[in-house]
Design a protein around this ligand. Sequence first.
Ligand code: RNT
Ligand code: ZN
Length: 411
Amino acid sequence: MSTAKQQYAALGINTDRAIRQALGTSISMHCWQADDVGGFEVKEAGLAGGGIMATGNYPGRARTPDEARQDYEQVLKLVPGTLRLNLHACYAETAGKIVDRDALEPRHFANWMAWGKQQRVHLDFNPTFFAHPKANDGFTLSHTDRAIRQFWIQHGIACRYIAEAMARKQGGPCVVNYWIPDGCKDYPADRWTHRALLTESLDAILRKQSRLCVDYVESKLFGLGSEEYVVGSAEYYSSYALSRGIGYCLDMGHWHPTEEIYDKISAYLQFHKKLLLHVSRPVRWDSDHVVLFNDALRNIFLEIQRGHAWDRVALATDYFDASINRIAAYVIGLRATRKAILYALLDPTVKLKKLEAAGDNAGRLALMDEMKTMPFGAVWDELCRQADKPPDRAWMDEVRQYETRILSRRT
Ligand code: RNT
Ligand code: ZN
C-alpha cells in the first residue's frame, strides 16, 4: 500500500482522503434483488410484473420480510462504506390482511423502520405503481379513467406520508422515487393526453411541500409491453422535474441500447439542482444485470468528480438477477459501485485539466488510459481494511457458507 500511496501522491492525489470520501458516500441498496421484485404485501395470486421482470430461478429467494432482512444483514457484512436501504411500497407488512396500495400507512413499515434503526441504515422509499390489478391496462397515473388515476394518486400521497415517517424516525431525509410503467406496445393515436394527465397526477401527489421527502421522477425509453411509447420519457420527466423544482432520476438502463449516461450529467446539472442515479448494467435491453466495475460505471463517477458534483447526486442500485446467488449479486454490484466511486476519487483531475489547458491532448489521453493500471487494487484493499470488511476474493466463501446454512433450506 505504501508504494501505491506514493504513486498516487506523485500525481497529486491523496489516497487517504479518497478512501474517507468513498466510504462516506451513501449508496442506497435496492431491496428487490433479494426476492426478484416480488414484495411482501398480501395480494391476489398470479399478478403480472407490469413492465419489469427478473429472469432465472436460482434457489434461495427471500420469501418473507424476515428472510429478506436476514439477507441484507449478510450483505452489510461484506460491503464497505455507507449503505441505505431503498424500499418499495409492495414490501409492506400487513399482518396477513389485504391492504390496498391507496391505504398503506407508516405502521405497515414499522418493522422496516425498526430494522433500519437497529442496523443504522437509513431508508429510502418508492411507491409501487406496478404488479397490481389497477396497473394491468398499462397505465396508472396517466390512465384516462379518472377513478384509476385517483387510486394511484392516493397511493403516491400515502407513500410520501410513509416516507416522512421514515425520515422522522431516522433523523434524516428519505429519497422518494417515482417510476411508473405507463406506456404502450405500439403506436398510440394520442400521445398527448396521457402526458397531460401525468402532469396533473404528479402535481396532485406533490401538492404538499415536504422537507422530509426528497422527490425524484425516473424516466425510461421503453419497457416490456411499452416498446413504442413511454409516457414518462426523458424529455418529459427532465422538464417536469425542472419546472417543479424536484429531482430527476436517470437509470443507466433506460436509454437506447448503446447509449450511456456519463455525458448527460454535466448537461442536466447545468439546470437541475440534483440527480438520482439508478446504478444498473443494461445488456442489450433494460435487463438490469448485476452491476460490474466497467467503463460505463467508472465514467459516471469520473464525471461527478471532475464536475465537483458529489453533493448534487444521490446513488441507488437497481438490478435484479434471479439466475445466480442473490447475496453474491448484491455484494458484487455494491462493491463494484463503491470501487468505481473510489476510482473516480483517485482521478488526477487537476493534472488532466492542466494538460488540456496546455493543449497537450496526447498527454491527457495517455494519462487517462494509464490510470487504469495504477495500483488501484491496493487502495481498494486498504479501503476494505479500514472499513473492517473482507478484501476481494475473501468474501465469496462467506456467501457460499450462507448459501449452505440458510439459502439452500428455503425450498
Ligand atoms: C424500472 C425502473 C425502476 C424499478 C424499481 C423496481 O424500469 O428501473 O426503478 O427497477 O422501481
Ligand atoms: Zn430504475
